[in-house]
Design a protein around this ligand. Structure first.
Ligand SMILES: [Zn+2]
Length: 479
């Protein structure tokens, strides 16, 4: 590590803490955007930039020197300078967390704490910041977006569509300009000369997704789960309640959360089976079998619907999201998906050849990641809901993984998706041992797994392939 590296890391840490400070604003204001608020006798709609930073209790503006990330909270000892109202510790923690993750990404990419095995130093994905900054900056944006989405999901059990939509647009729009090995591209190589044949159906499916959304907007396609009144935990309900009482600007605490019962006994068993498989390396067949069985069990426990325990959800809502209604509603989503599938088929049989422009290989690679990330979550959601008769996973999770896939590509987004339940279940077991209820939705685990994939994705990819497909089979994942 050189002095230059240390200097870079110092600036990246400072940048990360400032981005974290902005994320605090996004996390609070995005779910409340558009709400009527009164600030210093001015009434207006809440946006990301209005009103300026102020204490929610005494309305006193926060000066720039009281708004320095992390440091100000320490100097002010976690209270408002004017009225001594406590400032939640989450604010400096989000700033610190963003800064640490930004630096971790720098370490992983450029110092090589986690170099890709079997790859010569000169052939590593990343060499130095001067050369690789476009992808590095793109991945920092991804980390920031995932942090914001996780915090909002943990608070409100929703992921605002604007965050994943931003990621999808960012990935596809950046694709022509970022010529880098770490950016997904669908390029034919010696192993897969026919790979480019996938390009036409991928573009067709992408056009189909836009078309299906347009039809949904025209109300030609039915909206699923449309008649559900927003639950008490939904921002719309909270905003309506707050608007009824204009004198108060900001709710003091997030709404009550659903608790989840997790089948921890089966989860522990599944993890033991998985670990047993990973450690029996003398007989690769048994190792593979055990890891696959354990992995599938863990995966099912992680993603499929389960008892929500005590909730504040009304009977009316429960009726809507469970039983035959849920199956009926999810079929509307299957109908939506039929349009991109049909478009992909039509594109595949159309008699023309798509030219292999380098920029187009990256646009298609990004789109494949988008479709793979969103598609796999959606398939599990539709399959789980049809099978269990209760809504499995959220549409927000579908959007989130589509956004992640557009930036990191199909193989890594699929690994992130299968890794997420492991993290979620380990956490559920830790909480169980501590005797605390599990109150996290699934979105944060998808986010943590995606960030893990950025940090150790390529070594992890190698590991999965060796465990699931021993080298003798010679199987290599497409793309
Ligand atoms: Zn105050």
């Amino acid at each position: 590590m050189t002095t230059q590296d240390l200097l870079y890391m110092f600036f990246i840490f400072a940048l990360g803490s400032c981005v974290g400070s902005f994320l605090n604003v996004v996390i609070w204001r995005l779910p409340h955007r558009g709400r009527e608020v009164i600030y210093l006798k001015t009434q207006g709609k809440l946006t990301l930039s209005w009103p300026p930073s102020h204490c929610p209790v005494c309305d006193s503006p926060i000066a720039w020197y009281q708004n320095v990330p992390i440091l100000s909270w320490l100097v002010l000892r976690g209270t408002c300078a004017n009225c001594s109202t406590p400032i939640p510790i989450r604010y400096p923690l989000v700033e610190l967390g963003t800064a640490v993750l930004f630096v971790a990404l720098y370490l992983a990419y450029f110092i090589g704490f986690w170099p890709t095995p079997g790859v010569a130093p000169g052939q590593q994905l990343f060499t130095d910041l001067a050369n690789d900054w476009p992808v590095f900056v793109l991945h920092l944006c991804l980390v920031a977006a995932l942090l914001a989405a996780s915090a909002i999901d943990a608070d409100w059990f929703i992921i605002p569509l604007s965050i994943p939509a931003l990621l999808m647009v960012l990935g596809v729009v950046a694709a022509p300009f970022i010529n880098h090995k770490a950016f997904p591209a669908l390029a034919p190589d010696a192993l897969h000369p026919a790979r480019w044949l996938m390009a036409k159906p991928i573009l067709g499916a992408a056009i189909g997704v836009i078309l299906a959304n347009f039809l949904l907007w025209l109300k030609v396609l039915p909206q699923s789960f449309a008649n559900i009144p927003p639950g008490p935990e939904h921002p719309d309900a909270v905003n309506a309640e707050l608007d009824a009482d204009k004198s108060k600007e900001e709710p003091i605490a997030p709404p009550p959360k659903m608790t989840r019962k997790s089948p921890s006994f089966i989860a522990v068993l599944a993890i033991l089976i998985f670990l047993a498989g990973a450690w029996i390396d003398s007989t690769p067949k048994w190792a593979s079998l055990f890891t696959v069985i354990g992995g599938i069990l863990i995966f099912l426990i992680g993603v499929l619907p389960r008892d929500k325990g005590q909730t504040d959800v009304t009977d009316e809502v429960m009726d809507e999201i469970s039983g035959p209604r849920a199956r009926h509603e999810i079929l509307k989503e299957a109908l939506f998906l039929a349009i991109p599938l049909a478009c992909a088929l039509i594109a595949f049989v159309l008699p023309f050849d798509l030219p292999q422009y380098p920029w187009l290989t990256r646009v298609v690679g990004s789109l494949l990641g988008l479709l793979a990330g969103g598609g796999i979550v959606w398939l599990v959601r539709i399959g789980g809901t049809l099978g269990f008769g209760r809504e499995a996973m959220g549409l927000g999770d579908v959007h989130l993984m589509a956004g992640v896939g557009a930036i990191i590509g199909a193989p890594l987004v699929l690994i992130a998706f299968v890794t997420a339940p492991f993290l979620g279940i380990l956490w559920a077991i830790v909480l169980k041992l501590l005797g605390k209820p599990n109150i996290l939705p699934y979105g944060p685990w998808l986010s943590v797994a995606s960030i893990l994939c950025l940090l150790v994705g390529n070594p992890l990819l190698q590991w999965y392939l060796t465990v699931l497909f021993p080298p003798t089979t010679g199987l290599v994942l497409p793309m």
